[in-house]
Ligand binder design. Structure first.
Ligand code: ZN
Length: 135
């Protein structure tokens, strides 16, 4: 017999990769942010829903994108866009949500608030302490 372990209410949309996505809503947030930045820069995306964006994360696509967009996108947006792309590729490699420093799981709430983060709260805090560097 087949009994689905858990029926999620979030997968009413057809998932691109039903097996791999750990945080589908955050993935959508990231895609939405990415689309918003690109839209701001005057770039028209193929899919306003964001569903078609995921496959574009390949290196080739973003390299081309860089060339096209660099003159229109401001430095700050470019940095954010890069972070978003990196986050999206972490989704692709299923390393999203894992802290870069301690390899622990980053809590969902933190990811939801800052989807591009690569550090858990403790590691982020100590990184900030280091950046502040005592005078
Ligand atoms: Zn950590």
């Amino acid at each position: 017999m087949k009994t689905p372990a858990k029926k999620s209410t979030t997968d009413r949309r057809k998932p691109t990769k039903p097996n791999g996505v750990k945080y589908p809503d955050i993935l959508r947030d990231l895609e939405g942010q990415r689309a918003a930045i690109l839209a701001e820069a005057g770039v028209v995306l193929t899919s306003p829903t964001g569903l078609e964006i995921f496959p574009d994360v390949s290196d080739q696509a973003s390299a081309e994108a860089d060339q096209h967009f660099s003159f229109r996108i401001r430095e700050r947006e470019r940095k954010l866009l890069k972070k978003i792309d990196e986050a999206l590729s972490r989704f692709a490699t299923q390393t999203y949500g894992i802290c870069e420093r301690c390899s622990g799981d980053i809590p969902y709430k933190r990811l939801k608030a800052r989807p591009v983060t690569t550090l858990c709260i403790e590691c982020k805090t100590s990184q900030e302490e280091e950046e502040k560097s005592p005078r």
